[in-house]
Design a protein around this ligand. Structure first.
Ligand SMILES: [Mg+2]
Length: 394
């Protein structure tokens, strides 16, 4: 089988707000076509226009071609060998960052094709099924502009998530710092009010995680605040420090009373390897698209296994990324949870309506995927509605 064409779709939520701190508003979806009529679908959490440029750009150097051109003619049923070849063919502009994020969307599509070609769900090609695969946790970020409303929404959403069937939730306590929601600018000391209120509402038998969105630029301050949370049984604290503060992460991971998680922006397992070898993290959070697709995400899982660390993937886009992450969960024993935004709380129409078939949470948890490939179906009408043309958005 050969790859014959790549089609990029830049999608936009109709209610887009330019300037919002939200990656739920747009999406880069790719469709990879083959000479045997099988098409694969993938996505990545990246500036969709930049991602498309990484794929569609031409080039004049054998090691600096566009991704789309680099994968033409290759066999899609062996994604790791395609990945390794394309990594070299795009190395001058690529290797990290945007180009790897875009390669992630293509790699996801290749794993979709590989599963469809064999008539099996993709996880069967990724490894041995684990006995009790990890389950999605509800990732909760209400869009409220005042602290009181935000706290009340988070309590309400966590209780609702528990009713839907989730056994774990992550509180995005984004009330200060670069990721502050809706322009909030509260003291970091108030995060504990949210954590305490939610813990009180859901009781002790429910897993809680906390994402502070790079709130601190000082290890001592981060530890002081985190230390006040020890009684609330928090599984991990996500992205406490700026992504490049490797020394800070190493020190915090050594001394924090609550495990430290990060990695949502990283590209390739090489970037994770550096953090792991420096002892920066207890929990690795690759985003399947951004890290370079299922091929690279699986390598991150292998790295975690070798160092006895936990993986809890980031997944903040649509059901396409969630479906890919679900496939990986089936074969990864060190992955207790992975991220999912309950569609009930999604403000973005794009996120709610893009697919007609996708992983769905039930009171018994998420079912083991059985459909060939990633197990998703695009909603063509919705695609047409969301697809960006120059007339709609520039
Ligand atoms: Mg995060």
């Amino acid at each position: 089988m050969k790859i014959t064409k790549v089609r990029c779709h830049v999608l936009l939520d109709p209610k887009v707000e330019v300037g919002a701190t939200s990656s739920a508003q747009d999406d880069l979806v790719v469709e990879v076509e083959t000479d045997e009529g099988i098409t694969g679908v993938g996505e990545s959490d990246i500036n969709a226009w930049i991602g498309r440029a990484c794929i569609e750009s031409p080039g004049t150097h054998t090691m600096d071609v566009g991704l789309g051109k680099a994968i033409l003619g290759l066999d899609p049923t062996d994604p790791p060998s395609v990945w390794d070849r394309v990594y070299v063919k795009t190395a001058m502009t690529g290797r990290r960052g945007a180009l790897i994020h875009a390669l992630g969307a293509l790699d996801m599509a290749l794993w979709d094709i590989a599963g469809k070609a064999k008539g099996v769900p993709t996880w069967q090609l990724l490894g041995e099924k684990v006995e009790n695969p990890g389950q999605p946790y509800a990732s909760l970020l209400p869009q409220d502009a005042t602290f009181d409303a935000f706290l009340a929404s988070l309590v309400r959403q966590t209780v609702e998530a528990k009713k839907i069937g989730f056994t774990a939730a992550k509180l995005e306590t984004l009330i200060c710092g670069p990721y502050a929601t809706m322009g909030m600018d509260e003291s970091d000391e108030r995060m504990i009010e949210i954590i305490a209120a939610v813990r009180e509402a859901v009781g002790p038998n429910f897993t809680l995680m906390v994402d502070v969105g790079y709130a601190w630029n000082d290890v001592r301050r981060a530890r002081e605040v985190i230390e006040t949370w020890v009684d609330y049984n928090i599984l991990f604290v996500e992205t406490p420090l700026w992504s490049d503060d490797i020394d800070g992460y190493a020190e915090l991971a050594r001394t924090s009373p609550i495990p430290i998680a990060a990695g949502e922006w990283l590209a390739t397992h090489y970037e994770f390897r550096e953090l792991v070898e420096r002892g920066c993290l207890h929990v690795l959070q690759p985003d399947v698209g951004r890290v370079g697709g299922l091929t690279e995400a699986r390598r991150v899982c292998q790295l975690a296994a070798a160092h006895d660390l936990t993986v809890v993937p980031h997944s903040w886009k649509t059901g396409i990324g969630v479906a890919a992450t679900t496939q990986l969960a089936m074969v990864t024993p060190q992955m207790p949870f992975f991220e999912m935004i309950p569609r009930q709380f999604a403000d973005s129409e794009l996120r709610r309506d893009l697919l007609t078939v996708q992983p769905e949470m039930t009171p018994d948890g998420l079912a083991v995927p059985t459909l060939p490939g990633l197990g998703i179906e695009l909603n063509r009408e919705a695609m047409e509605k969301f697809e960006v043309t120059a007339a709609k958005f520039t």
